[in-house]
Design a protein around this ligand. Structure first.
Ligand code: NCD
Length: 310
């Protein structure tokens, strides 16, 4: 298979196929097995530019660490306050300029549609690192890679996605990606935080059931994927007050979970996974975050090089 990622924008997991996902995971395995010299030769002299207009810890730093690990370097701004957009410059003008300084742009922005707009303007590829409540495709890539490594497969699993399904962009990218596999999905959310109905058309092929409480389904799940309430995206603070602290994964819940289940979370965690769960062998969210660096390194190497490292 030719390298389908070469110079391509990564905006939505809806734009991807299962074969492309497999290629990315194989490239990630290959990169993890390389010695430092081999790895550093993949993107030597290349530049990544990150533009993060919303807070981030893992996504930005793992992209930076990934780029450094394949020999490239990163420049960028880590908050809207640092850029000339504070002076009134448009996103389009900003993208046009940084496009000429770098080989790939990684953008996080509070508006849905921001990454598509950036991709239309930039001549170099754009990676969507979070566009409003819409999508966060590289998070889904590392989520699936984690499931593959920790469970040995994706097909055939029963996957529970718990929490703020209305505003969590990671959930949308994950569901669009899961639609390429044969899985049973259980969506667990308080009624006010259910999945946005208009997105369901893109998940047609998935077997989905919805639940109000994790207790209804926890004993059957292979994967328990938890999300934080996205407080900053609520248009009405009163609505947030109604749902805050409305669910928690703790030892009471895990007592009923399968012994071979895994607990994932895109992080940051607030109060939806109790801290004592960290010492449960089923908690894999920190491992998940650590896979993020290598999945992103593989993605960057594929996007920047015509010849894939596989
Ligand atoms: C997520 C995000 O920004 O959407 N964070 C991340 O990249 N791992 C999840 C969140 O903020 O809750």
């Amino acid at each position: 298979m030719a390298n389908p990622f070469y110079r391509r924008d990564v905006i939505s997991t809806r734009d991807m196929t299962r074969e492309e996902m497999d290629l990315l995971f194989n490239a990630t395995d290959r990169i993890r097995g390389m010695n430092m010299q081999e790895r550093l030769s993949l993107c030597r002299g290349r530049v990544l530019c990150y533009l993060f207009f919303e807070p981030s810890t893992r996504t930005r730093l793992s992209f930076e660490a990934a780029m450094a690990s394949i020999g490239g370097s990163s420049i960028g701004i880590a908050s809207g306050k640092e850029s000339s957009m504070e002076k009134g410059e448009s996103l389009v003008d900003t993208i046009r300029v940084v496009d000429s300084y770098s080989d790939v742009i990684v953008l996080r922005h509070r508006m849905d549609g921001s990454a598509r707009l950036a991709a239309e303007v930039a001549s170099n590829p754009v990676i969507n690192a979070g566009s409003g409540a819409e999508e966060h495709p590289t998070q889904a890539m590392l989520d699936l890679y984690t499931i593959l490594k920790e469970k040995g497969r994706i097909d055939g699993l029963r996957i529970g996605i718990v929490g703020d399904l209305k505003y969590s962009r990671t959930v949308y990218s994950l569901l669009y990606a899961l639609a390429m596999y044969r899985v049973d999905v259980h969506l667990v959310a308080p009624p006010l935080l259910r999945i946005r109905r208009e997105s369901l058309y893109a998940m047609d092929s998935l077997s989905i059931r919805e639940h109000d409480s994790i207790d209804e389904v926890v004993d059957t799940l292979d994967v328990i994927y938890v999300t934080r309430i996205q407080r900053e995206r609520f248009p009405d603070a009163q609505e947030y007050e109604k749902v805050k602290h409305s669910y928690v994964i703790d030892d009471r819940v895990l007592a009923r979970a399968r012994s071979d289940a895994i607990v994932l979370h895109p992080l940051p965690r607030v109060d939806e996974v109790a801290y004592h769960v960290d010492s449960d062998a089923r908690a894999r969210y920190f491992k998940q975050a650590s896979y993020g660096k290598d999945v992103r390194a593989a993605l960057l190497a594929l996007m920047i090089n015509a010849i894939p490292p596989v």
